[in-house]
Design a protein around this ligand. Structure first.
Ligand SMILES: [Zn+2]
Length: 164
C-alpha cells in the first residue's frame, strides 16, 4: 500500500530524496517520509518422515496448497506458524525452521517460508479447509501449481533436507 496523504496532518505528500533510501513520499509539513506498507505472512511446509501435508481450500485454489496465513499484530513469525498450522490441520507443530522468504506481488505480502515437523500425523479437517492429505515428498510437485510460491518453497525445503 502506498501513501498519498500524510497520516498525521492530511497534507498531500510530495516525493523527496531521503538519504540512501532514494525517492520517498514525504510530508513537507511534518517533515516525515513514508514507506510503502505490505502485509507479512507465513507459508509452512508441514513434514512427517518422508511426507508433506497439503491442503485444499476451494475458495483459494483448485490446486493443493501449503498451510499459510497472515501474522497478527503482536505475534512472532513462529507463533503464527504454530497457530496457522493448528487452525488449518489440528496438528501441534515443533521445530519451526525458517527457510526463505518470498514476495507475493498480487497480495503485496512478504511471505516467510518455514519448515515444521509434527509428532502425530492424524490431522483434523478443520472448518478452514476442504481437504487435507499426506503426500510423499518425492511426488508432491505434481499436486502444486507450477510457478507458485508454494512450489518455490517446497523446492527450497527439499534442498535444505537434501532431497534432489
Ligand atoms: Zn503531515
Amino acid at each position: 500500500m502506498e501513501f498519498i496523504y500524510c497520516t498525521a496532518c492530511g497534507e498531500k505528500l510530495i516525493t523527496k530524496e531521503i538519504g540512501d533510501e532514494g525517492l520517498l513520499p514525504f510530508c513537507p509539513l511534518c517533515n516525515k517520509p513514508f514507506f510503502d506498507l505490505f502485509n507479512t505472512c507465513v507459508i509452512v511446509m508441514v513434514v512427517k518422515d518422508d511426507r508433506v501435508l497439503l491442503l485444499k481450500q476451494n475458495y483459494v485454489s483448485e490446486y493443493w496448497v501449503l498451510v499459510a496465513g497472515f501474522i497478527k499484530k503482536g505475534e512472532t513469525a513462529e507463533e503464527a506458524v504454530a497457530r496457522e498450522a493448528e487452525e488449518e490441520t489440528g496438528l501441534k507443530t515443533k521445530e519451526h525452521k525458517y527457510i526463505s522468504s518470498y514476495f507475493h506481488e498480487h497480495s503485496e505480502a512478504l511471505m516467510l517460508g518455514y519448515l515444521v515437523f509434527v509428532e502425530d500425523d492424524k490431522f483434523t479437517i478443520t472448518r478452514e479447509v476442504d481437504d487435507l492429505r499426506w503426500f510423499n515428498i518425492n511426488e508432491v510437485d505434481k499436486y502444486i501449481r507450477e510457478g507458485s510460491i508454494a512450489k518455490r518453497h517446497i523446492d527450497n525445503v527439499k534442498r535444505f533436507l537434501n532431497y534432489k
